[in-house]
Design a protein around this ligand. Structure first.
Ligand code: GLN
Length: 504
């Protein structure tokens, strides 16, 4: 394997800048790696070899001509298939969008292109980002590079697996209830859900508009900060976009790498540990807390009593919004169109046939749930109550952030489970997100980084949460913990992953 694929994005960018390697070489190395391992991992739904190499060649030429380029120019990236890319297939993991070619780029894709990052392709995901294992993709499973018989997390399992399998140094994910952080946790990668409104949602295929947020998936905390700064910031095309500039994320990550957290108050959330959490996940979590303390942080325990109801509130609010967002997939406007096998071809019957065939079981389940929760007579009891719980959760966060600068918990209660293990049990699947969902309900940012290997030899995740618009705190604390842990491990955790068998 070419060692170009083993470099962090920051290190690769450095070599590109110095002229030691070209973007064409770096991009080709990643495309070769995809060709070698993606048959087994299946992180990608679509690989854009030609476009990626053309961008790389353009960047090399511009660099040679002395042009001032973006720091990450020439570093390849993978993009979750829920983000629209002009002229490149975008399915959101659903049959209903098979064959659809978007006529425009999402804002974040526009920024990636303007900065000159070759886009390697589109990554696999649970259909419309509903799931925690990527098994709800209509296009087959993605496999966890640590153990191919296990799930890579979800919904963004493709992006996390691509990064963990060295198919891409950078990837884009989206997080509505944990779909960046949980896949990062179970694959030993780093993932960040930014503050709601700090990365444009223009061009994301909406799951639940009040919860969705795009963000970075990488192998290092610094790489996430670099990518976050590239895609973030105000966008007039997104009405919920925050007008102020982002805090200095890269500066915070560099500061954190000094391993000094004196004066930083770290709040351990009482409700996000204990029953239901795997002992090895908790053990790694507590060891990480000790490291933070040794670095000067003051660790306190804080209670967020309403977090216990977060999952229940989420599974009313999300289906409600999703049922409305998915109404546009009607067989008339995008992708698949199925005519009824017999009888008259009316608009309503085409809609029924298209949605019946185009949507998978989990999507149908949530549309039915959401439609029910919003229906007259039930609205106040279900949707209305869930919104009240959401407010209580926001108040819990506000109170907790009076006592602590960041809050922490394990990212997911367990390590990667076996493919198929939870497929027939939606509630067991939903429970994977107990620790990640509160942040989406409150709009606050969250980061997951690897905390070590659990008793089963699989990666566990450590989550850091910060107040809205204080994403820089995630990077300072995350980079400090990453540095301290790597001192213990003698290098990155991913270096301990078994080598994948390479197809020739
Ligand atoms: N697993 C959660 C769900 O199924 C989160 C999904 C997401 O963040 N997109 O809804």
């Amino acid at each position: 394997m070419s060692d170009l694929t083993r470099l962090s994005a920051a290190a690769l960018a450095e070599r590109l800048r110095s002229g030691e390697v070209s973007s064409v070489e770096a991009t080709r190395a990643h495309l070769d790696r995809i060709a070698a391992v993606d048959g087994a991992v299946h992180a990608f739904l679509h690989v854009s070899d030609e476009d990626a190499l053309a961008t790389a060649a353009d960047i090399d030429a511009r660099r040679a001509a002395g042009e001032e380029l973006h720091l990450l120019a020439g570093v390849p990236i993978a993009v979750k298939d829920v983000v629209v890319t002009k002229g490149v297939p975008t399915t959101a993991g659903s049959r209903i969008l098979e064959g659809w070619l978007p006529p425009y780029d999402a804002t974040l894709v526009g920024r990636i292109k303007a900065a000159g990052l070759p886009i390697l392709g589109k990554t696999n995901m649970d259909e419309f980002a509903m799931g925690s294992s990527t098994e709800h993709s209509a296009y087959g499973n993605t496999h966890n590079p640590w153990d191919l018989t296990r799930i890579p997390g979800g919904s963004g399992g493709g992006s996390a697996a691509a990064v963990a399998a060295y198919e891409a140094p950078l990837a884009i994910g989206t997080d509505t209830g944990g779909s960046i952080r949980q896949p990062a946790a179970v694959t030993g990668s780093v993932g960040v859900k930014p503050t709601y409104g700090s990365v444009s949602r223009y061009g994301l295929i909406a799951l639940a508009s009040s919860l969705d947020q795009a963000g970075p998936v990488t192998r290092t905390v610094l790489d996430s900060a670099l990518l976050h700064e590239l895609i973030g910031g105000h966008d007039p095309l997104d009405s919920t976009s925050i007008a102020e500039p982002l805090p200095d994320l890269v500066g915070a990550a560099r500061l954190g790498a000094n391993r000094d957290l004196s004066g930083v108050r770290v709040g351990v959330i009482t409700e996000l540990q204990g029953e239901g959490y795997q002992p090895g996940v908790l053990a790694r979590f507590h060891e990480s807390l000790e490291l933070l303390q040794r670095a000067g942080a003051q660790v306190v325990e804080v209670s967020c009593p309403h977090f216990t109801y977060a999952l229940a509130a989420y599974y009313l609010i999300l289906p409600a919004e999703a049922s409305s967002n998915l109404a546009k997939f009607d067989g008339m406007r995008f992708g698949l169109r199925v005519e009824p096998s017999e009888g008259p071809v009316t608009a309503e019957r085409v809609m029924g046939a298209t949605r019946g065939q185009g949507f998978g079981d989990e999507v149908k389940r949530r549309i039915i749930l959401g439609t029910y929760a919003l229906s007259a007579g039930y609205y106040d009891a279900y949707y209305g109550s869930a919104q009240k719980v959401r407010t209580l959760i926001q108040r819990d966060f506000a109170a907790a952030f009076e006592q602590a600068d960041v809050l922490v918990s394990p990212t997911a209660p367990t390590t990667a489970f076996k493919l198929g293990e939870k497929l027939d049990d939606p509630l067991a699947m939903y429970l994977n997100d107990v620790a990640t969902i509160p942040a989406n309900l409150a709009g606050v940012p969250g980061l997951s980084l690897p905390s070590g290997l659990s008793d089963d030899g699989l990666p566990a995740g450590f989550q850091v949460l910060a107040p809205a618009k204080a994403d820089d705190r995630l990077y300072r604390v995350g980079a400090a913990l990453e540095a301290l842990l790597e001192d213990e491990w003698g290098g990155p955790l991913l270096a301990q992953a078994p080598e994948l068998e390479v197809a020739r």
